[in-house]
Design a protein around this ligand. Structure first.
Ligand SMILES: [Mn+2]
Length: 277
């Protein structure tokens, strides 16, 4: 099995795990070389069967792991802090009941909404970015949200996040809570947006005038983006865009792309179809 090696400059970016720990181990087995860092595009837990094993492993290898928060990670944090009620499709019970859950969720709460490495061209988010934000502006919005999630009023921040659906336009934000809800939704949930800046929070395309967020972003901003979240769209490998959610939890594939070299190279494994929960 390939593993962490402190002297390795190799970095792989990996798509949404969603608690599919066995698939992560199979993917590491299949990687062609040891690595210094693994980047994960968020949604580390929930839906899949092994959220506990997944988070325990990431916590143990924290010094080599870089990740960003996804919608399922925020939901898991909200479950752990008693804010969100249990959803029927939730598979977090074993994780929430574990005696080390406090350590694991503290680690999760410290993770950012956006990650950049000054030595690499890539910026990583879970779902997307607004096409009117430069990468630098996006990083500053993400940092503000991260402070709020790490601050002493973090439970109030999470409670407000779920109180209302996110607005679909910045023009509709009446206060900071609305603005935070919209920005968090862009970082962790977005797929479709219109050229006038109106978002839709649906999986399906809501109309012909909506486009994938990254088409508008790449046309208007500089920078290269790694993201996950969009399993129905599937793997995207483009010069400035890596869409890494290839549907592992849906019985499709888990993907890793080497990102430290000049030419991104792909490794994939097949994932088992899980029994419906
Ligand atoms: Mn997601």
């Amino acid at each position: 099995m390939s593993s962490f090696a402190a002297d390795s400059g190799t970095i792989y970016a990996i798509g949404d795990l969603q608690g599919c720990f066995s698939s992560l181990m199979a993917l590491l087995d299949a990687l062609p070389s040891d690595f210094g860092q693994l980047w994960f595009a968020g949604d580390l837990v929930n839906r899949g069967p092994q959220s506990l094993e997944t988070l325990a492993w990431l916590f143990r290898h924290g010094s080599g792991v870089r990740t960003v928060l996804g919608n399922h990670d925020l939901y898991a944090l909200s479950r752990w802090s008693g804010i969100a009620p249990r959803k029927k499709s939730d598979t977090l019970d074993l994780l929430l009941a574990d005696r080390r859950a406090g350590d694991y969720f503290c680690w999760l709460r410290e993770q950012p909404f956006l990650y950049q490495d000054p030595m690499l061209p890539w910026t990583m988010v879970h779902a997307g970015l607004d096409f009117r934000w430069s990468i630098a502006e996006a990083a500053s919005h993400a940092e503000e949200l991260q402070y709020a999630l790490q601050g002493k009023n973090w439970k109030r921040f999470l409670r407000e996040l779920w109180e209302l659906p996110p607005p679909t336009r910045f023009e509709d934000c009446r206060n900071d809570a609305d603005l935070f809800r919209l920005r968090i939704a862009i970082f962790t949930r977005t797929r479709w947006v219109r050229e006038d800046g109106t978002y839709a929070w649906s999986n399906e395309r809501p109309g012909a005038d909506y486009r994938p967020w990254h088409r508008l972003f790449l046309a208007q901003q500089e920078g290269s983006v790694i993201f996950g979240h969009w399993a129905t769209q599937g793997l995207l490998l483009e010069p400035r865009l890596l869409g890494l959610d290839s549907g592992c939890v849906w019985g499709r594939k888990l993907s890793a792309v080497r990102i430290d070299g000049s030419e991104p190279s792909l490794t994939q494994i097949d994932c088992p179809r899980l029994p419906a929960s």
